[in-house]
Design a protein. Structure first.
Length: 95
């Protein structure tokens, strides 16, 4: 699952495709173990410094919370500290 997460959260300005988000949600529904693996991979990518990666990870988390399995949403509620750190993100201005 980490390969799917890293493919979706690349460090460039291209937006995430809807089919990629659906593919991620479908993979999370397969089993609770897959859902947990996706959650861990997303939180690991959230630690990157790039604002593009952070934005894409937050979009993927939002989509999975709305359209994914309930166990993903419940597990993410216990990991709010990592998400709250993104509220105060500072990055250099765009050229």
């Amino acid at each position: 699952m980490s390969s799917l997460v890293s493919k979706i959260t690349t460090d460039d300005e291209t937006p995430i495709s809807g089919y990629q988000l659906k593919e991620l949600a479908d993979a999370a529904v397969v089993s609770p173990k897959e859902s947990e693996a996706i959650r861990v991979a997303l939180l690991a990518r959230l630690q990157k410094k790039s604002p593009n990666v952070k934005y894409k990870v937050l979009r993927a988390i939002k989509h999975l919370a709305q359209n994914g399995p309930p166990d993903f949403r419940n597990a993410m509620q216990r990991s709010t500290a990592e998400i709250k750190e993104c509220v105060t993100i500072r990055c250099p201005p765009c050229p």
